[in-house]
Design a protein around this ligand. Sequence first.
Ligand code: SAH
Length: 224
Amino acid sequence: MNDPYTAKKVRLVMDLRTKGIKDLRVLGAIEKIPRDMFVPDAVKDQAWEDMALPIGRGQTISQPFVVAVMTEALALTDRDKVLEIGTGCGYQSAILAKLCRRVYTIERHKPLLVDAEKRHKELRLTTITAIAGDGMLGWPKIHGIEQAPFDKIICTAAARERPPEKLIDQLKPGGLLVIPVGLSGEQVLRLYKKDSEESYSFRDIMPVRFVPLLPDIASEHEAA
Ligand code: SAH
């Protein structure tokens, strides 16, 4: 079938390379996952531009460059079990699914989660498990089954000062956590490494702009 986005896809991948993304697996995943499927009709013509776009409920799909930087920072392998906080439209989870073994993702806005799951099903991304909940509490035990600890954790909403403690807890020793930290206007993307059961270190990657990490499941009327 003729893909109307082919030229735009190639241009976006070249753009990301120019901006410094080197990992060919990450670039390959971005080329393969149809970002146009993840955005509302009103902005579909911009789906393959390197920009953040609105996805409803006052939330946004991240800029492809930021998705690429965060994914690259996680140094994923096909053995990794990954936890994502902030499913949103499900785009980042789809990229992760191409590069690791299992993806567990949590979203506090149920309507966003429902749509994300539909897209994952349509794309036959069967290694993603998505739930509605408060990701600040980490992945819950479901029917007595524990999924933690995770090899890698990615949080796509900004923590005010530091990552929620639960996320560090649910990381394997040696594991990586990428998360924006700081108040709006002064956020930085930070990569944490859990050096041992009791200690971690971090480095700052770049300034970013993310929606805030908020507690609890969103009410029906919040930020619609
Ligand atoms: N990864 C997403 C980005 C969505 S924006 C994508 O590819 O589209 C960040 C998302 O984090 C929003 O949908 C917001 O509702 C969600 N979020 C914020 N705080 C949360 C929390 N405590 N638990 C789960 N999701 C949260």
